[in-house]
Each structure stands twice: as structure tokens, then as C-alpha cells.
Design a binder for this molecule. Structure first.
Ligand code: ZN
Ligand code: ZN
Length: 94
């Protein structure tokens, strides 16, 4: 059995974890603010799905360890609110 590792920091996951909306990998996220825990991503409310969604720091461009900064250009240097806004871009309708 292989240990589950955080997609961001590559350390073993505990119960403070979330699944990234973008890459689908699990990462460290403090689910309660009153408990000290590692944050390797962020959570925010997505208007489309009306639910809390999660993004890891790699996809949010919050780390220098981003594997493909050029391909992730739209996320580079932006916060979760910017990412959420990008996802709210309305689709063209006929
Ligand atoms: Zn981590
Ligand atoms: Zn991700």
C-alpha cells in the first residue's frame, strides 16, 4: 500500500486534506481554523456549483514549485478569488 502524499509538498496526508478542483489531487488543507494545520491550497465558494471548492497551491500558482508555469499562466500570481472569477466566465450561448 502506498502512502497518500500531498500533491503540493509531497508529504503524507492526514485528515486535514482536500481534493483539488483543477488537478484532482489531494493536498493539505486545514478544515478548521481553530486547529493548527498545514495549508497547501485554498478553499472558496464557487458561484457555479454553489459549493465550497478547493484548489491546491500548484494550480493556484502560489508556489515556485509549479511544474508547468507557462501552461498555468492564467493562474500565475493570482489569488483564489481571481481563479474563481475566471471560472465564472459565462459560456457563449446561441
Ligand atoms: Zn502539503
Ligand atoms: Zn491542483
Amino acid at each position: 500500500m502506498s502512502e497518500e502524499l500531498c500533491a503540493v509538498c509531497r508529504e503524507p496526508l492526514d485528515h486535514n486534506r482536500a481534493n483539488c478542483l483543477d488537478c484532482g489531487n489531494d493536498f493539505h488543507l486545514a478544515l478548521r481554523v481553530d486547529v493548527p494545520a498545514r495549508d497547501c491550497g485554498e478553499a472558496w465558494v464557487d458561484d457555479e456549483v454553489q459549493a465550497v471548492v478547493f484548489g491546491c497551491n500548484l494550480c493556484l500558482g502560489h508556489t515556485a514549485q509549479a511544474p508547468s508555469p507557462r501552461r498555468r499562466r492564467r493562474h500565475t500570481g493570482v489569488g483564489a478569488s481571481e481563479v474563481a472569477r475566471a471560472r465564472k466566465r459565462p459560456r457563449a450561448k446561441n
